[in-house]
Every structure is written in structure tokens, then in C-alpha cells.
Design a protein around this ligand. Structure first.
Ligand SMILES: Nc1ncnc2c1ncn2[C@@H]1O[C@H](COP(=O)(O)OP(=O)(O)OP(=O)(O)O)[C@@H](O)[C@H]1O
Ligand SMILES: NC(=O)c1ccc[n+]([C@@H]2O[C@H](COP(=O)(O)O)[C@@H](O)[C@H]2O)c1
Length: 278
């Protein structure tokens, strides 16, 4: 059974998570980089986790940055989107998903807010916590400010060209002060997505997916509604959490009949059942 963190989160007890943030880099030539992935994460998938690994490899081989940490920041409940589970569940699933990572953290700050927070404000929060409050990252030549950058898929960056989704001022603020690492996504034309963002091209890094992966949260929710297996598409503790909390079933509830009984969580209906497992 997945052991999910207890729901004791609140802004009163909130502390910025730093356990997986490196406080020092040894190469004086490199610039510290912290990657921030913003999104719904309803639920988090293996693709979301791969995005961080792809970006870290990209930064190491193609840039002068050294990744010192990374954060998942899930939107709060005020972000009205189809299929959005409660923030508490999404944060719990994200925490379960990064259990095995030494450098990816989950920051509940955004999700703990009742009101919707624009991405610019979220990135400001990380800048404040890491660079202002903690004074940046130590290097052999003294402390350096970490570059805070948005990590996003091509579909998210494409919405920046869709009228009415982002304020012009926010796009400029984000891409001028922070920048973005963009992971290509099948179905999104990268040239088209970047067409209107040329003024900020020096702050945009495009990452090719060498192994094409198009897992999406939408597909996970769809599979759940159809009573299909989601195993090996999301981390196992997340499969178990979804099952235990009856998330993403019909009408957002669990199974409407007993077809799934006797199966292990998330397993295909074709899988043989074993006694005692449910
Ligand atoms: N298959 C994918 N390839 C590239 N980027 C992805 C992929 N899936 C998600 N992302 C990116 O992950 C970030 C968080 O995404 P989000 O939570 O919206 O996931 P999603 O799978 O796109 O969700 P949904 O299906 O609910 O719209 C976004 O920047 C999004 O572009
Ligand atoms: N104006 C803004 O700051 C703005 C606009 C659209 C989306 N976003 C962000 O992009 C992400 C989109 O996530 P989804 O793809 O799950 O909808 C969210 O983190 C959302 O807050 C921000």
C-alpha cells in the first residue's frame, strides 16, 4: 500500500523545501540553474519526470549552466481545468513520484494559495527564496545567483502565442528575467510555437526528445475512466494512490462496478488476479 503524506499542509506551516537543492557548485565557470516545472500534474506521469532528466542532460552538454535543483509547482484549486484533482491529492502524488529522485523537489507554495497565481509570480517566489533569502549558490569564486528557469513542454509555450491566455507583460517578464527550457512534444510544431517569441530567443532552450514519449495526464485520466491499466505510465506509488483514493474514475469517483475487484491497483483487466490483492 502506498504511504501518502498526511494532509497537514498549510501556508502557516509552509517551509521552502531545500533538502534536495545543492548549496554549492565546484566549477567556477558554470552558472547554477534551478528548473521549475509549472502545471496541473493531474496526475504526474513518467513523462513529467523525464522532462527534468532531459533538461539536465541538455544543460550539461549544451549550456554553461549546472543544475543545482529542480521543483515541481502544481497549480492550486482555483485553476479551473477539466480533470483537476484536488491540490492536496496532486501534491501528494507528486511527492510520491519524486521519492527516488535526489534532486527534484515538490514545492506546495503555489498550490496552497486559494487564488490562482500567474506563472510570473511563481517564478518570483523561487527567485526570492533561493537568491534573496538564501543568497544564491556558493561557488569557488563566491556566491552566485542561481538562474531560475521555467521547464515546460512545447504545448505550454505555444499557448504564449494564443491570444488572451498570457498577459504580454508576463511573457516578457518571464522570458527576459528567467527564460525557459522547452521540451518538444508530438503534435506541437516547435517553429510555430516559438514564432512570436523570437525577441527572447537567447533565453529559450529547445530540448529534443530522443525517445519520443507522449504520455499525458489526459490519457491517464481517460484510461482510468475506461477501467484500463495505467501501470508503467505513472510511478507505482502514484498508481496505488490513485486507486486508494478513487481518483479519475467515472464522475471523478472510483469504479462504478466490480470489474476491477481482485486486481492489483492499475493493472490490466487481462492480468491474472492473486488472492488477497486489491
Ligand atoms: N508528452 C509531453 N511532452 C512534452 N511536454 C509535456 C508532455 N506532457 C506534459 N508536458 C509538459 O509538462 C508540464 C506540465 O503539464 P501538465 O500538468 O499540463 O501535463 P499534461 O500531461 O499536459 O496535462 P493535461 O493532459 O491534463 O493537459 C507542461 O509544461 C507540459 O507542456
Ligand atoms: N498568465 C499566466 O501566468 C499563465 C497562463 C496560462 C498558463 N499558465 C500556467 O501554465 C501551466 C499550464 O498548465 P496546464 O497545461 O496543465 O493547463 C500552469 O502552471 C498555469 O499556471 C500561466
Amino acid at each position: 500500500m502506498a504511504t501518502a503524506p498526511v494532509d497537514t499542509l498549510s501556508m502557516d506551516t509552509y517551509e521552502f523545501p531545500t533538502q534536495r537543492l545543492r548549496s554549492r557548485i565546484d566549477d567556477p565557470e558554470r552558472m547554477p540553474l534551478v528548473l521549475i516545472a509549472c502545471g496541473s500534474f493531474s496526475p504526474i506521469t513518467f513523462l513529467h519526470l523525464r522532462m527534468f532528466e532531459m533538461a539536465a542532460d541538455y544543460a550539461r552538454f549544451n549550456t554553461n549552466f549546472e543544475v543545482v535543483g529542480a521543483y515541481i509547482s502544481a497549480v492550486g484549486d482555483a485553476y479551473k481545468k477539466t480533470g483537476l484533482a484536488k491540490a492536496e491529492h496532486r501534491i501528494n502524488m507528486c511527492n510520491l513520484a519524486v521519492q527516488q529522485s535526489s534532486w527534484i523537489s515538490v514545492d506546495p507554495w503555489e498550490a496552497l494559495h486559494e487564488e490562482y497565481l500567474e506563472t510570473a509570480k511563481v517564478l518570483d517566489h523561487f527567485d526570492r527564496e533561493i537568491n534573496e533569502i538564501r543568497g544564491g549558490i556558493e561557488t569557488p569564486s563566491g556566491p552566485k545567483k542561481a538562474r531560475i528557469a521555467l521547464l515546460a513542454g512545447a504545448d505550454l509555450i505555444q499557448t504564449m502565442s494564443t491570444p488572451g491566455v498570457w498577459a504580454e507583460a508576463d511573457i516578457d517578464y518571464i522570458l527576459r528575467n528567467f527564460g525557459a527550457f522547452i521540451v518538444e512534444r508530438s503534435g506541437t510544431d516547435m517553429d510555430e510555437a516559438l514564432a512570436t517569441l523570437q525577441p527572447w530567443r537567447d533565453n529559450i532552450w529547445v530540448i529534443q526528445q530522443l525517445v519520443q514519449n507522449d504520455i499525458s495526464s489526459t490519457k491517464i485520466r481517460l484510461f482510468r475512466r475506461r477501467d484500463m491499466s495505467i501501470r508503467y505510465l505513472v510511478p507505482e506509488p502514484v498508481v496505488q494512490y490513485i486507486e486508494e483514493h478513487d481518483l479519475y474514475g467515472e464522475d471523478g469517483q472510483g469504479q462504478s462496478d466490480d470489474k476491477g475487484k481482485g486486481r492489483k491497483a492499475g493493472e490490466s483487466i487481462a492480468a491474472p488476479t492473486s488472492s488477497g490483492s486489491s
